[in-house]
Each structure stands twice: as C-alpha cells, then as structure tokens.
Write a protein of this length. Sequence first.
Length: 490
Amino acid sequence: MNIPDSDAVPPSDVSRREFLRSGAVGAGATVALYGIPLATAAAQIVMIAPRTPIDAWQTVGRLRHEPLFDFSWQAGAIHGPDDIALDPAKKKQEVLGFGGAFTDAATYMFNVLTPDARAELFHELFHPSEMGLSVGRSCIGSSDYSTKPYSYDDSPTPDPQLTRFSIAHDKQWILPMLREARKVNPELFLLSSPWSPPGWMKDNNSLMGGTIRRRYLAEYAQYMTKFVEAYAAEGVVVDAVTSQNEVDTDQDGRMPQCTWPQEIEVGFVGQHLGPAFVKAGLRTKIWLIDHNYNLWGRALASLQDDAVRRFADGVAWHGYLGTPGEMTRVHDAYPDKHAYWTEGGPDITSNNYLTDWGRWASDFAGILRNWSRCIIAWNLALDEKGNPNIGPFPCGGVVTIDSKTKAVTRSGQFWAFAHYSRHVRRGARVLESTGGHAGVAHVAFENPDESRVVVLTNRGASGATQRIVVEGRAVVLQLPADSITTLAWT
C-alpha cells in the first residue's frame, strides 16, 4: 500500500491514486489538483501507432510513487544521440533484491510498536505485493546501532573453547523480528556481519577498536560457525556472512569495530572460516571486504589467493568513498565473483531526510549498473533522533518510528526503494542501457517473467525531455526536476 507521510497529502479530499487513474487527468486537472505546471507534475507521451501499453509511477513534489495515466509506444523509432537505448540482448547480473539492516537498534524500534501496528508496517515493507524488500542484514554481536555493546562471548578472560558462547541477547527482539519479517516474506535473504570479535580475542581487550590477535583466528572461525548454527536452531537461516564490517578502520575506538589487515582477512577466510563452514556442512556464503569502493585494489589482491577464491562468493561494498565504477574493475578481473552493496543510509539531521529520493535513486542506478546484485540500506528503522545509537555518527532509518507517538515516517530513501523493489523481482537481469541526457540516471531490467522495467531519475533543477528507444519502439517523457519515474511493460 502507498501510505503518504502526513506532510505529503495533497490539498484534496479525492484520493490522488483514484484521481490520477481517472480519465480526467489532463493538463487542466493536474494543474487544478497540484497548482503546478503540467510539465512538472507528470510524465507525458507522444503516441504514434501505439503497441504494448506501459505502466508508470512517479515520485516528485508531493507525489509518492503514484501511478501515472496509461500510455504506449511509438513505432518505427530511430536511435538519436541523446536517447536512452536499451539492448535486451545484452543481459548483465542477476538481481538478488533490495532491503535494509535489522540492527539491534532497528529491531528494538520495531519491537516498541504494538503487534497490530508492526504487522501493518511489516506488510508494507516486506510483502511481495507491497515494497517487497527481500534482502536483510543483521549484526554478529553489537554494532554502533545497538542498545549496548556486546558479543556472544563476553568473557573477562580468554575463552578459546567458547564455553560462554550465547546468543541470548538476540532472543529478546532481533530473532523475533527476523522471524516475523520472514513470515511476511519467506524469500528474505539474510546477510550477517561482525563489527568486532569478543574483546578477549583482540590486542586491546575491548570491543571498541583494536585488531584481532592472529592466534585466535581458528577460534573466531568457530565463533562465527556457532553463530550461524545457533541462529538456524532458532529458525533463522543465515544465507551469507562477511568476514568483518569495514575492514579498513577501527573508528578510533569510538564504537564496536576492528581493523582487519588484508593478510589477516586472506588467511582467515582461506584457512579458517571457509574450511570451518565446510566441515560444519554450512551452505552460508562468504563475502569479502564489506567496505568502500576505494578498496577495489585490496579485493583484486585478495582474490589472487587460491583458497580465498575457493571460499569467497564475492565482495560486499559500501559507498562512502570511491565510485561505483570500481566494482566493475573487480568484476572484469573476476567475473565469477559477485558484487553486493551492503550499507548506506540517510542522515536524520539533514533538512532533506524526507525528500532526498533523487539522490538515492540516482545512487541505486549507479550501483546496479556496476554489477551489484543487491542494495541493502543501513538501519531499517530508528527514532526521530537516530537512536538507539552507541556510536559517533548520526544516521536515519529507512523509516522513522517516533519514540513517543510511535508514528511512522517514510524517508526519501524509502521512496527511492519503492521505484525499484516494487517492480524488480529476484532473478531479474540488468539490461544494457546507454546514452541519455546529462543529469538523467537510468537502469533497466528484465524480470523472470520477461516483463521489463526502467527506472529514470532526474536530479536536475529543471525538467528534461527524454526519449527511450528499444527494439524499434520509443517513448518520449518529460521528466520533472528532482523526480523518479518507473516504467514497466510486458
């Protein structure tokens, strides 16, 4: 369901969706309803010899993923220099899905909702008929977005036999929320990432910062194996893990985190974690790096190791430094190793937290055009101040749950996701698309049922006329400033 934020409802008693679906949606109707020029209110189409109809949705101004009136293709199109050209014969990576992180903080916020309110929100977020979020991320122990620092073996002295290992903390709200989400969407794929080994495994004896002692790598592989097995015993299958969240920083000891030099990660994955998973009969995938694009050189060097190549399914990426094109460098060198985008979220202190959909939709296009199989946002939910948080960085959730009223507010990132996750199914293939006007980001897909989807984002301050050409047909759109438009057809 499309539930508008309270400050985003148009000045009308008529449902925006019903109004836009009606035959009365012409220039005069659009101006009357929104008080803005037609060119900035909805996409238009030149119709010549219509063929297959196209469905469309748009976010712009006070519209939130609203359906546009039906339109169709022009026939006999000739590809021009500024057109976006789709080539369905050139298929790229298979899409795993879209989603966000079930951190300790996010699941705590979900847990404060009444069962009925949470069921309604989970239906909206995860059900395949709604947002259809199908990829999640959890933390192996605490992250900066936790109610407190903790690991699964907080022993005051070294415990190499892991006799004190326990996931009891996660049974309070993390595991129940994961089970509830999987009940709504049984296809939810779960990645789990550690921010820090237990303190006794590290050179500073603390969860905060520091580096793991090499002599505990075997024990740490057993620790992660026990985590996967313990979650499975609770009915939550972990589909993939990363060896360490953000290998290249300890965040100056201000939060649970651990620096992992490259040689440690290579040895850990190839000699300890991979073999431990195999011995335990686990099918859980292993992803490397879990950090920024600018570590593409590290990814290339790590994958030179035979054992790492054997056990690593691919590389997890964050978008805080570097550019998405660096994922393509790694793909081109190791095309059998997949790319996954695993972290990035809005700033709750930003003035455009509710309206930065253009930034996120454009970023998503660049990520998907550079071989990533998924996009996982950071916290799915936080409160209005970005809490719970034991770290130094202010983030916002994909949604905000007010700590007092429990009202749910949807971020700009949420609405960017809507244009992808509602229409692009697991197993879709990214299609080759080239050209287009400067400032218009685009990415195209073919779903398993052979339906096709194009998402276009105009981040510019003015509208843009854009033509899309595919298989001798064309559609001409007026893309409003700061807008996202999704087209879908069969």
